[in-house]
Design a protein around this ligand. Sequence first.
Ligand code: 6GU
Length: 243
Amino acid sequence: MIYKSPLSLLEGFIFAHMRIDVVSILPQLMQSWFADSIMKRAIDKSLVEIHFHDPRDYTKDKHKKVDDYQFGGGAGMVMMVEPLALLLDELKAKRKYDAIIYMTPDGIPFKQQIANRFSQFENIAIVCGHYKGIDQRIRDHYITHEISIGDYVLSGGELAAAVVSDAIIRLIPGVLNDGTSALTDSFQDGLLAPPVYTRPAEYNGWKVPEILTSGNLKGIDDWRHQQAVERTKQRRPDILGDE
Ligand code: 6GU
């Protein structure tokens, strides 16, 4: 089998509806991503709803302060415990969360398999940190998953939260026009995707591999698999066999 599909992901979730609550002091950083294209369509079709919550609305400080110096000294501000705790208490009182995710470069690396699992959840909250991060007590008492999107540091969690949300939302049945499309993505079977071509069959003397226009479905399957294996060996030997 070439594209071993996580079909179980689809079964029983045809009418799934997901709610994502994003906790962020800069929601506008994320909002544009959901205002267009596939993400917008998912929202318009009511397959997903995204709500933004600003910790500044939960601070008791008269200057609306949400960050402070870290105990023990050191450069950089830390997001204070109280505004986040009040905000998350309010969310948790309204619904049960399958995951309360904190976006942080010291989290576990985000992978397709994690996106697959999260795409089955109904209620997800994502906390975006800024500055040096958030008070550890929030991580200890509210956060269920800590996720990083790679080994580099971003200036805030919003970009990472948009990445994770996109990867999850496109897997929700009905979001992509062709429901099988997501199953043939890179990483879904522990392999990178094979090359793809479209018309014309010849351009500038550059020909599409003959097998693809042969009508030989078994041959095409085998060719794609072999190309996927070859690419993965060359580019990402570290993921060979991942699933
Ligand atoms: Cl999740 N947040 C930030 N601020 N930087 C990151 C990251 C997350 N993942 C990689 N770098």
